[in-house]
Design a protein around this ligand. Structure first.
Ligand SMILES: C[S+](C)CC[C@H](N)C(=O)O
Ligand SMILES: N[C@@H](CCS)C(=O)O
Ligand SMILES: [Zn+2]
Length: 337
């Protein structure tokens, strides 16, 4: 109980120390690709856990340097089933999940030790959020944007899919959990029930994808989805990730009516994922300057955690961080124990 309170405060403190709104990092897979990683694969960015873990650390360091207060780990599409289907043993698969957290923690600690030596910097000691991508992400068929898992995918099946991954990630020692691109109410329920059943002590956020600017991709209303989440004090924040930026302001306003939890938003650049061709289609695409104008509005509307998702970069995060922390006094304010 005491531990739970302390952990929850870690996120609240970070938000306060960041001046009322903390900065989440940006597109992780996007930045791996910028450095030449080839991730057109069912494992998507998780392939780098096998092929190039040093690159994962480099990308985390780039986002820290850009001003991210929260690093999201490389585990979005890292699943036990996914790794086993590539011939890895269960032990090897679990070890890769653990590695995703360890790499981010190492990057965070290395960066913070270096920054702490100099006073006058404007960084916070960052937190590490273990990414838990939706079941649709694992399917690698674009269904994290449709929410259409078919009738065979029951609540129990979703819980079975997520349970061991959740346990392994938590055991690896992240500061919080980030459920990402959840596309329907059933999976939101599975996440909440797992947090309760496993008695998870670190804070979590649950983020939905959104393709119409109004409801979950499944067509279910966010009221239905948030009603499920509001019942649990294991979830500290709710919000949207990997949806276009122009949807976000009205969704924050809607979420403010539906929940007392902190609101987290980290949209993509506005491009649209073609799940069959496995590429991003140019659409309403927003540059960093426009993204920052949006971010200030999201902050004013009450979002407490703001960052970027796919197709955003360290440059986007640098611009957001500068704008959101403009009012914050320069000081060496906190440190991870
Ligand atoms: C956030 S989407 C672009 C991730 C990739 C998708 N799950 C796929 O494997 O096709
Ligand atoms: N954390 C993941 C989310 C993909 S939607 C990434 O940034 O690659
Ligand atoms: Zn994304």
């Amino acid at each position: 109980m005491g531990g739970e309170k302390t952990h929850a405060l870690l996120l609240e403190d970070l938000i306060e120390n960041a001046g009322g709104c903390a900065v989440v990092d940006g597109g992780f897979a996007t930045q791996l690709e910028k450095h030449g990683a080839s991730i057109n694969d069912p494992l998507w960015s998780a392939l780098c856990l096998i092929k190039d873990p040093d690159l994962i650390k480099r990308v985390h360091l780039e986002y820290l340097e850009a001003g991210a207060d929260i690093l999201v780990t490389s585990s979005y599409q890292a699943t036990l089933a996914g790794f086993q289907s590539r011939g890895l043993s269960i032990e090897e698969a679990e070890s890769l999940l653990e590695k995703s957290v360890k790499i981010a923690v190492e990057a965070r600690d290395k960066f913070w030790v270096a920054k702490k030596r100099n006073s006058g910097h404007n960084y916070n000691g960052a937190l590490v959020a273990a990414s838990i991508g939706s079941y649709g992400a694992y399917l690698a068929d674009g269904s994290e944007y449709s929410g259409n898992y078919g009738v065979k995918v029951t609540l129990e099946k979703l819980k079975d899919f997520h349970r061991r991954r959740l346990q392994v990630l938590v055991e690896a020692g992240p500061d919080l959990l980030a459920f990402e691109t959840i596309p329907n109410k059933l999976e939101a329920r599975a996440c909440v029930e797992l947090l309760e059943e496993e008695n998870i002590q670190i804070p979590s956020w649950i983020c939905f994808s959104c393709v119409d600017g109004e409801s979950a991709p499944s067509g279910e209303s966010f009221k239905e989805c948030l009603d499920v989440i509001n019942k649990s004090n294991k979830v500290s924040a709710v919000g949207i990730n990997c949806a276009p930026p122009h949807f976000i302001l009205s969704l924050i306003q809607r979420f403010k009516e539906l929940t007392d939890k902190a609101i987290v938003v980290y949209p993509n650049s506005g491009e649209i994922w073609d799940g069959t061709a496995k590429k991003w289609l140019p659409s309403k695409c927003f540059d960093d300057e426009k993204f920052v104008q949006f971010a200030l509005k999201w902050r004013d509307a009450g979002a407490k955690l703001i960052g970027g998702c796919c197709r955003t970069t360290p440059s986007t995060v640098r611009s957001i961080s500068k704008a959101l922390k403009a009012r914050k006094p320069v000081s060496n304010i906190r440190q991870i124990a």
